[in-house]
Design a protein around this ligand. Sequence first.
Ligand code: AMP
Ligand code: MG
Length: 337
Amino acid sequence: MAGWTLGIESTAHTLSFGLVDPLGNPHPACSDTVRPDEGGIHPREAADHHKDIANSLLTNVLEKYDVHPGDIGIVAYSQGPGLGPCLRVGAAIARGISSRLNTPLIGVNHCVAHIEIGRQQCGCDDPVLLYVSGGNTQVIAHLDGRYRVLGETLDIGIGNMLDKFARTQGIPFPGGPVIEKLASEWLENNPNPSLDGLELPFAVRGMDLAFSGVMTAAQRLLDNGAPLGAVCWSLQEHAFSACVEIAERAMSHTGKTELLLGGGVACNSRLRQMCELMTEERDSTSHAPPRMYCIDNGTMIALLGKIEYQNGRVTSYEQSAVDQYLRTDQTPVTWAV
Ligand code: AMP
Ligand code: MG
């Protein structure tokens, strides 16, 4: 047994340390997210935040589970994709701990980690993954030894779109949860909503998606006097149904019968409901991990690190550089799916 696995997540706004115990059980992570007073996330400022908070977060997670440094047998970190300065902080911490403790180092693919924690938590076998996060929006399925991207956003991630729209209304990061709240409050007062006067472009391009046009059109609705709650509702309906449409097509093409949600936007109850409706109609099932494992977290990094280690992979220091543009399908899936 390799002891505990420490996972370090630092792809973007969140620094997170998570642990998987020697039996392979994941434990909730200790995380901290940078929340700029205004504007979007600045990569270097986020990296500074990660650097400043790292020591106390690491101490917290070890104390929480009464794990001593000598109990750590594997150190895993997000190698990509993500923001370069943020990734480099996580990688540097991982190298430091691995060298100090003389334990194997494993750089993992952040997107693949979202899939594996989802499979582990939901007990699903061979799902189509709808991965909806800040920077990424992809539909993914396991085919021929890789997780293949069957469709994805051609411009910005759905979460970034929601956050940017929210920011234009003075709502601070992360805007997605506030949009959800405004939409559901509006819906309570408008139980039979109509899209009349609230239409937005539909973001599907074949198997791909695009979100920047939807965001601009939503702002125009506000300029023309539509209430914010109504626009939030319409924005969610349009953007989410575009995602669900390509997920459904991916299930149809691949013949797979499980849908798995991952990424921060998968915290959204309306999106979860839409996925359930779609899969029920197909005699299939929809799965969503607990919200703490949808958002970026160190535990999913630890889990994939342990899986990869058990399948014979370690990352040498020479190979440990981060890759901002690492693709989901660049990582060979050497474990059983
Ligand atoms: P991630 O990049 O996976 O950490 O996810 C962060 C993104 O998830 C941000 O863009 C948030 O606005 C978004 N998000 C979090 N919770 C919700 C929610 N309930 N509804 C919509 N978006 C959300
Ligand atoms: Mg993520």
